[in-house]
Design a protein around this ligand. Sequence first.
Ligand SMILES: *Cc1c(COP(=O)(O)O)cnc(C)c1O
Length: 511
Amino acid sequence: MEKAKNLPAKYPRLVAFVEKSLKRFPFIENYIKSLPSVRKQIDKEYDAIMASLEKDVKPYRGKFDSYPAIPAKGLSRQKVLADMQKMYQREKPRWKKGFVSGAVYHGDEGHIDFLNRVYAINSQTNPLHSDLWPSIGKYEAEVISMTANMLGASHVPPERGPICGSVSSGGTESILLAMKSYRDRGRALYGIKRPEMIAPVTAHAAFDKAAQFFKIKLRKIPIGPDFRADVKAVKRAISGNTVAIVGSAVTFPHGVVDPIEEMSELARENNIGFHTDACLGGFILPWAEKLKYNVPSYDFRLPGVTSMSADTHKYGYAAKGTSVVLYRGNELRQFQYFTTTEWPGGLYFSPTIAGSRPGGLVAAAWAAMISMGEKGYMESAKKILKTAEIVKKGIRSIPELRILNDPLWVISFASDSLDIYRVMDFMTQRHWNLNGLHRPACVHIALTLRHTQPGVAARLIKDLKAAVQFVKTNPSEKGGNAPVYGMAASIPVRSLIGDLLKKFMDLNYKV
Ligand SMILES: *Cc1c(COP(=O)(O)O)cnc(C)c1O
């Protein structure tokens, strides 16, 4: 998603071609795509697009030595570090100065240095060898417990708990693990052979990934005019094969809390698991609630919520590479575990998807949490939410823009009179890195501590005003990413877009 923003304006040529072909050959898309002449033309178009992108994706070619194979003689550490420093310095200003949506959530020099020192101490550790590094076991257990208590575990009576979990490599792995656990529980306890999960269309793509990886049928639920899941549709989608229902707090696209209370009650009445995806909101909402912002219920205080994900590497302010998945009851967590007793390599067990795991990152998550403290998290949330109020007020003062619903700090906006992607393109020229979303067409910014620096919110609004003015006065200007989104919305052959994204990933892997 992130990288796809770079797709160029050449895309419409491909789309035009495909649409023309579809008109001439109104057959099923796979058949069309497999026709040799069509295939050749499509590949040609893909290649042209990728060639035009290559420069942007590989800016260091010719500027730094490249190593397609291991160098015969090792380089000096000094040279390695010097090159890295140069690239680091080139990339740093954009996120450091608060031009980027999400991505770097804390980013203060002192905080980063501290986490780096923690990592340095623990860089050789591996929780797989818990006997060698019991320290990491301690850190992990405490990260899980601290996160659980932050998300309502301390209010859960013993017969409805305990709330337990694992540290994973990120939000996606937390979600994969939870969905796998529900699938396996469904089969083991209820004999469900064709498992289904129910998730709103706004649930993170990681749920689609889980459905694909683990062969779970995903029933998508529409959202209402408030951009929250349609509870009636959830009710209709429940079947004897449903193993899990999903809601987000907050949703990635529009930053709203789904009607988790009603949804999780439906799940509970039907003896189905309910996962609250608090990857994005888990380390803000608890503090927002204490700061008296209007936060609907979403955590383990709701008896129907049986699992949650919360990302330490987002608003937990840890280094990248950790998240927490939580479960109500140890029985459910056990469906996540892997064991094998037959392998000649010995009795083997591992709780998550990885085998070996970076203990240094677990240590960094632990260090981030205990050094921030409740007070640190509270003050950070306060700053971010205050900044959000300024940003929302600023956007509302621009008549051409419209904020979707009333989000707390992940703010998406659309326009009824302008092409919002062209507004985004203008912002990109002013160094901003916002997220382009679709269905419906809008753009969002996830505010972080980077945006709470003096002057950043004002600069955002000033540039947005200039962007709107520019698009208004230049209604037919071409170029940028706007056509990509426009076409992506209209193109009938979805798999062509998927293929294009795959090519883009290939491109990233080029030396
Ligand atoms: C970021 C995010 C995820 C996935 O997290 P990764 O760490 O990128 O794998 C899942 N759900 C929501 C709501 C998110 O914002």
